[in-house]
Design a protein. Sequence first.
Length: 552
Amino acid sequence: MLRASGLDDGDFKKPLIGVANTWIEIGPCNFHLRELAKHVKDGIRAAGAVPLEFNTVSISDGITMGTEGMRASLISREVITDSIELVTRGNLFDALIVLVGCDKTIPAGIMALARLNIPGMILYGGSIAAGQFEGHSVTIQDVFEAVGTFSRGEMSEQRLRALENVACPGAGACGGQYTANTMALVCEFLGVAPMGLSSTPATNDAKAESGRRAGELVVDLLRRNVLPSQIINKTSIENAIAGVAATGGSTNAVLHLLAIANEAKLSLSIDDFDRISSRVPILADLKPGGKFVATDLYAAGGTALVAKRLLEGGLLHGESITVTGRTLAEEANTAKEAPGQEVVRKLNAPLKPTGGLVILKGNLAPEGCVVKVAGHNIEKFSGTARVFDSEEAAFQAVENRSVKAGDVMVIRYEGPKGGPGMREMLAVTAALVGAGLGDSVALLTDGRFSGATHGLMAGHVAPEAANGGPIAAVAEGDTIVFDLPSRTLNLEITNAEMQRRLASWRAPAPRYTSGVMAKYALLVSSSALGAITVVPQILPSTLQPGTSARTL
């Protein structure tokens, strides 16, 4: 059957390399991966092995944002991981390279490598080029925010449509330090992707050669018998967290790195992110909180330049090995800083002295929640709760202008189980910014935020409402207090009143009763554990579906 698929006698003596491709033609992030795979396979053949390409699924976060389809996004992470595992185990591949693009494909690829533990690596398809609108660079973030500006009558439909038409000019993942580029950086700092090759932009002329070199490298990994378990460890994960913090990266990195650590059987808690971020300065001036996009970072010196800065400050474990065979320090020392670049700051002149992620806890989030502090300077906020049991209801309130300065929007029943799938709230947060409320309204949710979100937003509130978490007890008009210096998020009611409200709480009916959505809701754990799915029959009682992080 392999002969019928094009292999010959010579091929049967060579290693079989799985090429897991997350190509889809639905959206730009993964659209070009079919072409990139050709170059990867050329490199594998040139190195003396046989590439066998297969496809898996992908969900475009940008396209599904604000719709029922966004519930599929995080769920796809588990499906992608499972499908790569199945094809690889079923065909007994000797090694594996995973081509990734949109947000969930990247952590899914790393999770599959960790689970399978055969020689393997990640190759990121690269960032989209910035669009040009009225003389300045724009991304998909600008379109979402323009919807809010349009809704309050400060932008014409003609200008909005003109912006929409140019914001995404071609192939590649969303251009700021949103989730895709954040997780691509994670791959390089973690060591599972070759620094420089992955971050080559999608439409850059050098991308084809990057693909070919990656194909050769995965065969070299096999010959050296370097396993993911030798690369993914606690120190390399700490390097990845530091990279995220230094670039003002997406809060989704918290969720995904927790899941990756679980697959690698490593101890990692949500508190580790705060510990590391509190000592790492924000050095990269990247959207959504800053000025520049991923292609600007590439031109300035790339992710290697960020790593070099952090190593100079003693903020990375430079001895960690990477798929290239060199250490992270050796990779960083190859950085070529562009003269006069303004994207990556010097250590003595950071954008902020501490990193982009803060973990808050309190009576509203006993297991924690995640706040991204890049792009705003708010340290304390006290406001009136406006309570919404779905993203759609919250978005409607912003469009209707019923949300006012000083409000705290609470969006619940959008967590891993309650969603299901923990939708991102970019439609709401961008509409707030577009409505001029980005600095005067706070938001908290048991759902997620897009990497493009900025403002005072607390996501991943755990336990979630669907599991009877305290967020389910918030009532319209309550006072909610954010205190970032003290790392707390509290509802100003007594413990007795909190218990009274929770005692009368009843779980809502599940949104799905069959299919993949229902299975996910049944098996998913807390966001404080990475929203991983667990199997009740074979796991200890301390890690059952809906498990609270406090019981571990």
